[in-house]
Design a protein around this ligand. Structure first.
Ligand code: GLU
Length: 296
């Protein structure tokens, strides 16, 4: 119920962010227009991924669609959230409007294959940069630093304060995610239930099938916001999850372009505006300091 209401609110926000409504006086709209301005006169060296995407007139982006604040499908099925705003910022620098972004749902486990198979140009999907993934895809960023945390039923009936307290309990996460791997490897006394998406874990917690859900704090914050009477966040992050933009391994020119674009968005206010309009609107927190881009 709350989730649906949030989706409706986000949809309304989306209208403001497109900057194409008639209410030109709206301050938020002005801010969005100032910060995510599509570059009209772009030119890229022939043969580069930037030139190819610009010529194709489509940026194909893999993202989540069930994570409030980062990537959540609105009532029309269009994803909205901080990751989606990052995609708009990238598209604008490629000379493409947000209407020229083709979003495909990626779940945690299929992000690398979608990039490797060329099904998407980039993945922006609460996607942690790590050495295992770097063997098969490249990353621009980070553009945000999250941390693994735990969501429990309201009132925290099992008294869970951190991952050690999960021993002997049922905890839910998602296949192919770093939080699931962390529990499997470092907290084997917890019983792990795995789904393809986190919204199914939230359903299991609601129904009492599991005692806890674990993933990144910002994802859990979005789920708590969707059902604040039923859920609460433990609020004790125990890993570092730097979010990157996944792209084809070895495409250095494109990675440099993405990193340049991210750094520019940190400077010109568009990254902060994206935060304020999406994840920040849920957490009520101001945008943090942007992380330092890692040009590894
Ligand atoms: N950031 C973590 C990961 O990339 C967890 C979130 C997710 O599954 O998208 O695996």
């Amino acid at each position: 119920m709350r989730l649906t209401r949030y989706a409706a609110a986000a949809a309304a926000l989306g209208v403001v962010l497109t900057g194409c409504s008639s209410e030109a006086g709206d301050q938020a709209q002005d801010a969005a227009e100032n910060t995510v301005e599509v570059q009209e006169d772009v030119s890229f060296e022939a043969g580069t991924t930037m030139a190819e995407i610009n010529e194709a007139g489509v940026l194909r982006v893999g993202t989540k669609i069930d994570q409030p604040g980062f990537g959540l499908a609105n009532t029309e099925g269009t994803p909205e959230g901080f990751d989606v705003e990052m995609a708009k910022i990238i598209a604008a620098e490629l000379g493409l409007s947000e209407d020229q972004i083709e979003f495909t749902e990626t779940v945690s486990a299929n992000r690398e294959p979608f990039i490797q198979n060329g099904q998407v140009d980039i993945v922006i999907a609460t996607y942690t940069i790590n050495d295992t993934r770097k063997q098969v895809v490249d990353f621009a960023g980070p553009y945000y630093e999250a941390g693994q945390d735990i969501m429990v039923a309201s009132g925290n009936p099992e008294g869970i304060e951190g991952p050690d307290d999960l021993a002997g309990l049922n905890v839910c996460s998602v296949e192919g995610s770093t939080p699931a791997e962390n529990i499997r490897t470092n907290y084997p006394e917890a019983t792990l239930t795995l789904y393809d998406v986190y919204s199914k874990c939230a359903d299991d917690l609601l129904n009492g099938n599991v005692d806890a859900v674990t993933t990144d704090n910002v994802i859990l914050t979005g789920l708590v916001a969707g059902n604040p009477d039923a859920f609460e966040l433990v609020g004790n992050p125990f890993t570092e999850e730097p979010y990157g933009i996944g792209l084809t391994l070895g495409d250095t020119e494109f990675r440099d372009f993405l990193n340049d674009t991210l750094e520019q968005s940190f400077e010109d206010g568009s990254w902060e505006a994206a935060w304020d309009a999406t994840a920040g609107a849920i957490t009520g927190e101001p945008a943090p300091e942007p992380p330092a881009v890692d040009r590894y």
